[in-house]
Ligand binder design. Structure first.
Ligand code: GLV
Ligand code: MN
Ligand code: MN
Length: 432
């Protein structure tokens, strides 16, 4: 006879434990999809490898017996009903896409830990008051199109048509064209928004991707806010010309202008880099040069600029200063400059009640934690716009991420996943 579903009394919650071997096995299995040089992982959004990782997840969800729903962009939701079917659901997850030559854990940890937590609940026949949905968001990384948190932004109703205009990959494929092939157009972007009344909260476990937890020797971080980026492309257009015959004073070299901008981004951000100044960071991470040959003066240079802070004010000030520099460089060098906006986001505070609940979960297990902001972007930053969102971090070795050197210790991974399950049970069972 099938065992009756049970709702665990609060006192028993700590006895519900994940299967560590199974968690590590699944993490390993996903990291083999898209594995490359030096143990790097590449699963760019909408690539075959990324689609395979989603198939892996769907297969696992089916085996566990989750009710699967896939929306138009490909976000995957695997649901366990709650004791009260009409209660709004707790969503728990992250993303499976990666940067180019990234690591094994960024995003993947959050999805696979949520999967293991759901499997534990199913296996032990535990029913919580609210439904729980394991979620994998499509395209959190901006590496391919310069557009981040695509799937969660659609779920939060935060994608604006004008933001898509300049989103294209290195081969020139436009994000808008890919979306159109899925039946997603500028005029129905909002139709993918999930009704906030169907969501109770969102939880995400992620690697820290920074050095703080390791330095402080704390196994867990509890996130209070997420720094948000302003991103744009800059196109400098000068004059391509012969490298042997054009005198230095007659050149209009787009790449030299771009080089000045790269240095200017660093200089301006360094002036605002201290914590009390908003800890602004700025990066030029990609550049295309034309014609890009040894014997021609570069006539065109296109750069990506990514500026982030947990202070909206500080970020705005830095963006203004950088953009003024672009104008100044262009004028002085008699070159044209165009700024193509990609995304402008505000830093996002996470839910204070969830911060408190996550602290309590750590305290019950006697785990040291650090309460901290996140410098990296996450799907939680979109979900926070439509529901209460909370995040847990585990340490990253030497703070390295977006690199094959990205590493977190199995012990920390398992602890993070266990605390994720603990907090899921509490959030789904309690009024928050
Ligand atoms: C996501 O990884 C980001 O770029 O912050
Ligand atoms: Mn990332
Ligand atoms: Mn991530």
């Amino acid at each position: 006879m099938k065992a009756q579903p049970r709702i665990p009394p609060a006192a028993h919650l700590q006895q519900i434990t994940i299967d560590k071997r199974r968690l590590l096995r699944d993490l390993n299995a996903v990291s083999r999809i898209g594995i490359g040089d030096r143990g790097s992982v590449t699963r760019l959004v909408f690539s075959i490898k990324e689609l395979r990782s989603r198939q892996f997840l769907i297969h696992q969800m089916r085996q566990i017996g989750l009710q699967i729903h896939i929306d138009r962009i490909g976000n995957i939701f695997g649901r366990i009903d709650g004791a009260h079917a009409k209660n709004p659901a707790l969503l728990v997850g992250s993303h499976l896409d990666t940067v180019v030559h990234g690591g094994k854990f960024d995003g993947t940890l959050g999805v696979i830990a949520a999967l293991e937590a759901a499997r534990t609940l199913k296996e032990q026949n535990i029913v919580l008051q609210s439904p729980v949905e394991v979620v994998c968001f499509v395209g959190e990384e901006s590496s391919r199109f310069g557009y981040s948190t695509l799937g969660s932004s659609l779920v939060a109703g935060e994608v604006r048509g004008k933001d898509l205009a300049h989103a294209a990959d290195a081969q020139g494929t436009k994000l808008e064209d890919i979306l159109a092939s899925m039946g997603i157009y500028r005029n129905n972007l909002r139709s993918m928004r999930r009704d906030p009344s169907t969501i109770k909260a969102y939880l995400e476990l992620h690697i820290e991707q920074g050095p703080i937890l390791e330095a402080k020797k704390k196994p867990i971080g509890i996130v209070t806010s997420i720094a948000a980026p302003t991103r744009f492309r800059v196109v400098f257009t000068g004059q391509a010309d012969h490298s042997g015959t054009t005198p230095m004073e007659m050149r209009r070299d787009a790449l030299v202008a771009a080089s000045e901008l790269i240095v200017a981004v660093e200089k301006v951000c360094r002036r605002y880099s201290r914590v009390e100044q908003g800890r602004v960071v700025g990066t030029v991470g990609a550049m295309k040069i034309e014609p890009g040959v040894i014997n021609a003066i570069p006539g065109r240079a296109e750069l990506s600029v990514d500026i982030r802070s947990i202070s909206a004010e500080a970020k705005k000030r830095v963006v203004r200063l950088v953009q003024a520099q672009i104008g100044e460089i262009a004028r002085r060098r008699n070159i044209e400059a165009e700024i193509l906006p990609l995304r402008e986001e505000n830093p996002v505070p996470l839910d204070k009640r969830l911060v408190r609940l996550l602290k309590e979960c750590c305290e019950v297990r006697n785990i040291a934690y650090e309460v901290m902001p996140s410098g990296a972007g996450h799907d939680a930053m979109q979900m926070a716009k439509i529901t209460a969102a909370g995040m847990l971090f585990i340490p990253s070795r030497r703070g390295i991420s977006h690199s094959p050197l990205e590493w977190s210790e199995p012990e920390d991974i398992c602890l993070g996943a266990q605390l994720l399950l603990d907090s899921m049970i509490r959030v789904a069972n309690e009024a928050i």
